[in-house]
Design a protein around this ligand. Sequence first.
Ligand code: NAD
Length: 432
Amino acid sequence: MTKYDVCMLGMGPVGTVSGLCFAKQGFQVIGVDINPERVASFNEGRAPFAEPGVNDLVQETLKMGTFRATADAKDAISNARVVMIAVGTPTPEETGEPDLSQLDAVAKTIGESIRDVKHIPVIVVRSTVPPGTMRNRIAKIVAEHSGKKAGQEFNIGSNPEFLREGRAIKDFFHTGRVVIGADSPHAASEIERLYKDVEGKRVVVSVESAEFAKYVDNTWHAIKVTFANEIGRVCQAFGGTPEETTRIFLADDQLNISPYYLRPGFAFGGSCLPKDTRGILALARKNGASLPMIAGVLPSNEEQIDQGVARIMQHKPKKVAILGAAFKEHVDDLRESPALMVATKLLEKGVEVVGHDPFYAVGEELALPRTDKKLKIVSLDEAVQQADAIAQLHNIEPYNNVARTTAKPVENLTTLPVADAHEARATKAAAS
Ligand SMILES: NC(=O)c1ccc[n+]([C@@H]2O[C@H](COP(=O)([O-])OP(=O)(O)OC[C@H]3O[C@@H](n4cnc5c(N)ncnc54)[C@H](O)[C@@H]3O)[C@@H](O)[C@H]2O)c1
């Protein structure tokens, strides 16, 4: 039996709010900090910083007997089912690399503290860290200093924090989702039980995906702010009404404010997206507005095409079958089709191409961008037979069937490759 459900290492805003919210649900929480004034302040019933509701919650949980702070890390860690790390990970502007020295220090302390424990503690990173930090850095330090094996004698997890300062307690209990990264069902259930009174979806994923989630969310929020500001800038510059533009934009929850267009896959093309992105950039130029983020969109799209071409080139093909020529499946529109750009780029590398598309007849020759050469349409059987590598550009059944049955290499460019995902790498590493 362990004395504590959670040992929270680092009682800054994140460790404090999370620790107190676990304690409010009735879990036994011990908060550890190296700052003795901070520890004393908690135990005297005072929050050491301002955040709505935290002071009351300190007093409430002290009274409930579910929360206490200490500087004795060893006692707290060795007696806890879940050891959660919430120390700082500052990112100095000069390098952009997060400073993980506080994490290294707590990892060493955790290792030394769990050496003799009989239970299987779950060590969870709540601080914002680059993906892989828990498995490749913290767990290794813990293993080295405890003599215990990760995944066997202790488990690891990641449970990132998404609350906003100023409304942190509300955000904790009414979160959109709880993200649980775990190396095992044991770690997942140990983390999940701490959210018994919390509303919202549970998203259980690998440790690395959970670690990455915070970077992704915050980048997305930064992109949203910048997008809104750039649109506002160009709107003002041509004498428009930013408020009306915003109203129109936000009224669409089909394509604008929705999951649509938010899955990683291949480049965009067609008659509208590239043309109108160029259009808004021209409008901005004419009116003296600078849109650096929107200006990065078309180069980024071209990069996606280049990466697709590089995936095909790995197979060192002499001839490639392009399956799907239109800019997306189920239409015959070839305008600014990324499939045709793939064909052009392969030709530039001295690779021959043949094509197939359900809307184009055998023998047709499709004009390609940036070249006089053409993409010859052949039958699907012939395309597969002639080629020594296949580039799948549409997710439609005859092509999926080819991908399942052919012995030739197929790169499905509509999805990102997952073959070297961290789970696979970790499994390989464990097996070797
Ligand atoms: N502040 C936010 O709104 C927010 C939101 C989400 C995620 N995060 C992330 O959560 C992490 C913590 O953020 P914060 O704002 O609470 O950090 P903070 O730097 O304000 O607090 C960290 C605390 O850890 C303590 N500490 C340092 N080394 C220690 C050790 N060896 N043992 C015990 N305690 C130790 C410090 O004394 C301090 O009280 C960071 O990675 C941050 O990026 C922050």
